[in-house]
Design a protein around this ligand. Structure first.
Ligand code: AHR
Length: 797
């Protein structure tokens, strides 16, 4: 009979949180070799990646409440409204005749003719809190007899006055004016209003409203900074991502435009769809790292944008920028750049020791630019550890000079991550260290569900187990303003006044708060689980190749024709994705672009067993054909890759994972007969009538685990992920364990359904519950709930 030591109720969800007596039949075994400690756990293992994406800086952690404060966003005064009576002649426009400084080109001109009110609602409302102080500041000048006064008000969404004050004494010169406001009421959707009446012209710039309360007094939004601190990050990579690269040469991230007086920082269009003020600049990022106790990791532009590169003979200033960034962060206060850091309020060095050279760059341009920065940095700052990009296309990274660390990025399905839990077991122990700088489940993840978090957690057990190789890892992206989602999912979701974490947030926190410093070799025997949906649509595609496809038929086992292509006139019924150039010609569907990962899919997600037949002909390019089957998402990488890897092999890839691969290639200009039989987990693939692959897609294990020892507390920490839909009764053997008390703490993340998500109105729906338990000796029997992540912390003496 099971002895239930602990059962907790979690608001409607009765958690399966069971410690049971050894007599019950165990379905799985976990053995922790406590007497054979392995390698140290990298102390930097769990960190964060802060990219300015999804309005995570402006409109997010940088708490400026006014949007478009310097009027640089556009040639129209975006985010500003002029309210006036209909018969008043006042108007507003962007003016560039007399800038407040040479880099801040635009200001706002109000032609005053009667009574007017200027209004700004910030980023979908300003969060004003009763009793809190707000600092209003702007630069203004007036001409043609207008001298104010200006009435400043904070009003709620329905017009209730929350605070007010007055500014007067304007004249013809640019001057700053300021006002301290204390709110009499609260409203998360408040607005700023500036009103006056008279005749003349009035000019504004740098109109700013900042909360006086900021995190650690260092100018950041308190709740969002606290959400980062609660992750206990040991490093912070910043400020991007694609944002570092920028769309083109005009829009690359250059840190020198982000320091000093905020009015003189150069606002920049962000590739994620908005203008940035650079209020969160290089200094503020370094300060945030220090306040979080996180090692700063600066990702610097390597002279490459998302679309082109700086000519090699102009790379001098990029090399100098890298050297100057280190001097700014670490140099003495009498050095040119170190003195600017001191002037900004931080004479002590920030200890920048990690720098990544570019983001997701690759190919010949990267190979040429990598040594330029690396050689210069190593000569002057040999202590800085340099990180190379391994680009998303999997091209080899530059090794001359050798990198210290390689940055890998993964955005995939939950199952891909479960497969990847074992990938570092085989990595070269003498090769460079690995930084998994960006990873997240992005397929079948909803807006961030428990299933996604389970995939990441399974992968994290593999990273922890191999943390002699994987020295750092960070989920991506970190933040999203719920009103501007440029990427999905994102770890921390917020609006003007609230935030909530995804289930993935809690996984990050559970791993980070329970690290340990030495790994304990752990083995798992567990029942198989096959979470793959053996159903889905079909399709055709190409990778850097031009090809045509015709006579496509999908037939059910009973002979029913589910689909028969008709390319006599058009491609109706096909979903085209990727950057392809598709057209219908001569009764075939033809793809003529040279891009990667181009697909056309059709059919239904619910289709299970079927036979897909078609003819395909390669017209040019470097590979062969992609034949999709059981694609339960249009982005899913479930395909037969014919002539992949530079036309060297054929492979079945499921959930982005190579299941089987064999040498093979395709000829250009020849029609091939292709046949894929998909039945349950069994797949047979035929090329010109020859069977090339036959397999049962291998099942995943239901449990993933890793264990560590914390030498400070003496605790043994076991992390277990159950990805199956059933609770699993598990025997845990603690081999050679000594010096443990008989008490433990269990932290469990689960929910009623793997599809469950958190939301602004139910932020804790999928969040961890903790309880304590007691045990005896070196064996425990534990019921791991279905779809769960569990940390068992066995307390040391
Ligand atoms: O994390 C979002 C984006 O994904 C990053 O900007 C980029 O580096 C990656 O491809």
């Amino acid at each position: 009979m099971p002895t239930i030591k602990s059962k907790i109720s979690t608001g409607g969800l009765t958690a399966l949180f069971l410690f049971i007596a050894p007599a019950v039949f165990a379905q799985a075994t976990i053995t922790v070799n406590a007497d054979k400690p392995g390698h140290p756990v990298s102390p930097l293992l769990w960190g964060i990646f802060f990219e300015d994406i999804n309005l995570s800086a402006d409109g997010g952690i940088y708490p400026e409440l006014v949007r478009n404060r310097s009027f640089e966003d556009a040639t129209q005064p975006e985010h500003w409204r002029l309210l006036k009576a209909t018969n008043d002649g006042s108007s507003m426009a962007i003016d560039s005749s007399e800038p407040i400084n040479p880099v801040n080109h635009r200001s706002l001109r109000v032609h005053v003719d009667g009574a007017f009110t200027l209004e700004n609602e910030g980023y979908w409302g300003m969060n004003i809190l009763q009793g809190d102080g707000y600092a209003l500041k702007f630069a203004a000048r007036a001409t043609s007899g207008f001298d104010g006064p200006l009435k400043v008000r904070l009003v709620g969404a329905t017009g209730t006055e929350l605070a007010q004050g007055e500014i007067s004494g304007l004249d013809g010169q640019w001057k700053y004016y300021s006002l301290d406001l204390v709110a009499l009421g609260s409203d998360p959707k408040a607005k700023l209003q500036i009103s006056a009446s008279g005749k003349g012209a009035l000019f504004f710039d740098m109109v700013s409203l900042m909360p006086k309360k900021t995190w650690q007094g260092h100018g950041l939004r308190v709740d969002l900074a606290e959400s980062l601190a609660a992750l206990h990050p040991s490093f912070m990579r910043f400020p991007g991502g694609n944002w570092v690269e920028g769309d083109d040469r005009e829009h690359m991230y250059l840190w020198k435009s982000t320091i000093g007086d905020v009015a003189a920082r150069i606002p920049l269009w962000n590739t994620w769809g908005y203008n940035t003020t650079q209020g969160l600049g290089f200094f503020e990022y370094l300060q945030l790292c220090e306040d979080l106790g996180a090692e700063p990791l600066f990702c610097i532009n390597v002279g490459m944008t998302l679309h082109d590169s700086v000519p090699l003979d102009q790379m001098g200033s990029w090399i100098q920028d890298a050297l100057d960034a280190i001097e700014y962060a670490n140099g003495p206060t009498n050095s040119p750049w170190g003195s600017l850091r001191a002037k900004a309020g931080h004479p002590a060095p920030f200890h920048l020791r990690y720098m990544e050279i570019g983001n997701e760059n690759g190919g010949p341009d990267y190979r040429q630019r990598w040594p330029l920065l690396v050689n210069a940095i190593r000569e002057k700052y040999p202590y800085v550890r340099l990180i190379v990009n391994s680009d998303l296309r999997g091209r080899p990274y530059p090794t001359n000079p050798e990198p210290d660390i390689v940055d890998e990025h993964y955005y995939e399905s939950p199952e891909s991550f479960m497969w990847r839990a074992g990938q570092y077991d085989d990595y070269d122990r003498n090769g460079p260290k690995i930084f998994v700088g960006e990873y997240a489940v992005t397929e079948n993840a909803g807006k961030g569900n428990l299933h996604a978090a389970l995939g990441e957690a399974a992968f994290m057990t593999g990273m922890e187990r191999n943390s002699d190789v994987v020295v750092m890892a960070s989920y991506a992206p970190l933040f999203v303003n719920l009103n501007h989602r440029a990427w999905n999912p994102d770890l921390i979701n917020f609006d003007s006044s609230r935030w909530y974490g995804l289930p993935s947030y809690y996984v990050q926190q559970m791993f980070s708060a329970n690290r340990g410093d030495v790994t304990l070799p752990t083995s798992v025997t567990a029942p198989p689980v096959n979470p793959r949906t053996e159903s889905g649509a079909f399709g055709v595609g190409t990778w850097k190749t031009q090809a045509e496809f015709k006579d496509i038929r999908v037939v059910a086992p009973d002979g029913t024709i589910l689909f028969a292509s008709d390319f006599s006139t058009n491609s109706d019924g096909w979903r085209l994705s990727g950057n392809g150039a598709w057209q219908v010609a001569n009764g075939a569907l033809c793809q003529s672009s040279g891009n990667e990962n181009v697909r056309a899919t059709a059919g239904d997600k619910s289709w299970t067993d079927y036979t897909l037949t078609l003819k395909a002909r390669k017209l040019g390019g470097s590979e062969g054909f992609l034949i999709l089957f059981h694609a339960n998402d249009d982005l899913a990488k479930n395909w037969w890759n014919i002539g992949g890897w530079g036309n060297s092999s054929h492979a079945i890839e499921l959930d982005n994972h190579i299941i089987t691969r064999t040498p093979g290639h395709v000829e250009t200009g020849r029609w091939y007969d292709i046949r894929v039989e998909a039945k349950g987990s069994r797949v047979r693939c035929y090329l010109d009538g020859q069977l090339v692959h036959e397999l049962d897609s291998p099942p995943l294990k239901a449990l993933f685990a890793s264990a560590t020892h914390d030498s400070k507390t003496g605790d043994l920490i076991l992390k277990v992920v159950n990805v199956s839909a059933n609770p699993i009764n598990t025997e845990i053997n603690l081999r050679g364990v000594r010096d443990l008390t008989n008490s433990g703490k269990a932290i469990v993340l689960t929910a009623n359904s793997p599809e469950d998500e958190n939301s602004p109105d139910d932020p804790g729906k999928v969040s961890p519950r903790s309880d304590s338990f007691s045990f005896q000796g070196d064996r425990l029997q534990w019921m791991f709930p279905a779809n769960s992540v569990t940390v068992l912390r066995l307390i040391g003496k």
